[in-house]
Design a protein around this ligand. Structure first.
Ligand SMILES: Cc1ncc(COP(=O)(O)O)c(C=O)c1O
Length: 437
């Protein structure tokens, strides 16, 4: 059955004619229905029409589009930004742009569809490594590369259903042995959420300053970076695999975490001694369609990389520019996120409240700032029952039978917004407590 959303997605959302408390989707900062954002879209459309009906290399660049790029580079603190119609295409644009600078592609095995699609577009077979596991990456690099070959590593910045954050500093440490290495991070779910300024997963790890993509300029002093305790997601199936019963990776394999005390607020300093990341190029793609409250893909970068993106990716010459109202809305939403940090503060507070509350219900929940909380509660039938019971109570927490990285039972995917009130969160926890029995 196809559900129909009949209001903007927000803390309360109308679906199939009924108003729900909405703990779903990706509008983490609650901007999709923001009056200022909608007004900007309407005003721009009145002035410039719906779309320019030509590509960026022709006459397709409109003022709202330039505003969106200027706002994006102000938000991400990069010299430039490239805005295009589809967030999904961001990884492909980067891979295409980097063509000829890598010899093999290594991909976290639970990465998003768009990451694998982009990796395959390179013409090289993606070499998977175990989810969020730098040791597995190191082994894959060792097996997959001949001397002097340059690896490209690809991963989600925040995994879209599991909510995990990959240990990027550890990946840099592993890649230090490989001159010319590059990492592409798909930060669709990290941008606008993670990091001191909300710039995403690289910001979270203090790597943001090194993420403009210039191949020669990347030399962050990782020895000085404070990071949260490294989480190691235990692949429970690895034991059976060793016993010769290899299976497809499964979300349930990765729900436990080891190697840190999840309740700890301690921060570690990377020892840094073995890390020489100069030459490890860091790139990230993001979308404006989720926390950032607009629509379309965004690549924050420097002018050198922008030139190469325009020349090589074909999205500059061969694709219609993002529509005018969408560009104007995106520019306004970016401005709001940048100038009102209290929105992210509210989101962080709500994420803590939901995660703490779920733990009080007896569930094993990680202590992370990610607004995505997967609930893997036994069989598909049990989770469908819980989903239906919550929906009957007026609360929408979708059951996802299938998505990249999900195993056969699927998962309930709970999303937290900045706009949820304490009363709404209490209502969710109450209803969930009843549904869990
Ligand atoms: C990890 C990830 N990358 C890329 C995308 C695609 O972004 P967009 O929907 O803006 O095209 C999504 C989801 O929609 C996603 O979850």
């Amino acid at each position: 059955m196809c559900h129909v959303m009949q209001s903007p997605p927000g803390a309360e959302t109308v679906i199939d004619g009924r108003r729900y408390l909405y703990f779903a989707g990706t509008g983490y900062l609650g901007l999709q229905g923001d009056p200022e954002v909608l007004r900007a879209a309407c005003e721009a459309m009145g002035r410039y029409g719906l779309a320019s009906a030509t590509s960026r290399s022709g006459l397709g660049t409109t003022p709202p589009l330039l505003d969106a790029e200027a706002q994006a580079s102000a938000f991400f603190q990069t010299p430039a930004a490239f805005y295009f119609a589809s967030g999904y295409a961001g990884n492909q644009i980067l891979v295409r742009t980097l063509e000829g600078t890598f010899d093999a592609v290594f991909v976290d095995e639970l990465s998003h569809y768009s990451v694998f699609d982009a990796a395959r577009q390179s013409g090289l077979p993606p070499i998977p490594f175990h989810h969020c596991d730098p040791e597995s990456l190191a082994a894959a690099l060792h097996r997959g590369l001949r001397p002097a070959q340059r690896p490209l590593v690809m991963t989600d910045g925040v995994f879209s259903v599991l909510g995990h954050i990959p240990p990027l500093p550890d990946y840099c440490r592993v890649l230090a042995e490989y001159p010319g290495a590059a990492i592409i991070v798909d930060d669709a779910h990290g941008a606008g959420v993670l990091g001191a300024a909300g710039r995403g997963t690289l910001d979270y790890f203090g790597l943001a300053a090194a993420s403009h993509g210039e191949e020669t300029s990347v030399a962050p002093d990782l020895g000085q970076i404070a990071i949260t305790p490294a989480r190691k997601y235990v692949r429970l199936s690895s034991l059976t695999e060793q016993a010769g019963q290899a299976g497809k990776p499964d979300v349930h394999d990765y729900l436990s975490c080891r190697g840190s005390d999840p309740s700890s607020t301690r921060t570690d300093l990377l020892d840094g001694l073995a890390i020489r990341p100069a030459g490890t190029r860091l790139f990230f793609s993001a979308t404006l369609s989720k926390a950032l409250g607009g629509f379309g893909g965004i690549l924050p970068l420097d002018h050198g990389l922008l030139k190469r993106v325009r020349a090589k990716s074909h999205h500059y010459q061969g694709a219609s520019a993002p529509p005018v109202p969408v560009a104007a809305a995106s520019a306004k939403a970016l401005e709001i996120v940048r100038t009102r940090p209290e929105l992210r503060g509210k989101l962080a507070q709500n994420v803590r409240a939901v995660r703490d509350g779920l733990r009080r219900l007896g569930l094993a929940i990680d202590d992370t700032p990610v607004p995505i909380v997967p609930l893997c509660l036994g069989t598909a039938e049990n989770m469908q029952r819980i989903h239906r019971q919550l929906a009957a109570d007026g609360i929408m927490v979708p059951y996802m039978p299938a998505y990249s990285g999900l195993g056969p039972a699927g998962a309930l995917r709970l999303a937290v917004f900045a706009t949820h009130t304490p009363a709404m969160i209490a209502q969710l926890l109450d209803a969930l407590s009843r549904a869990l029995g």
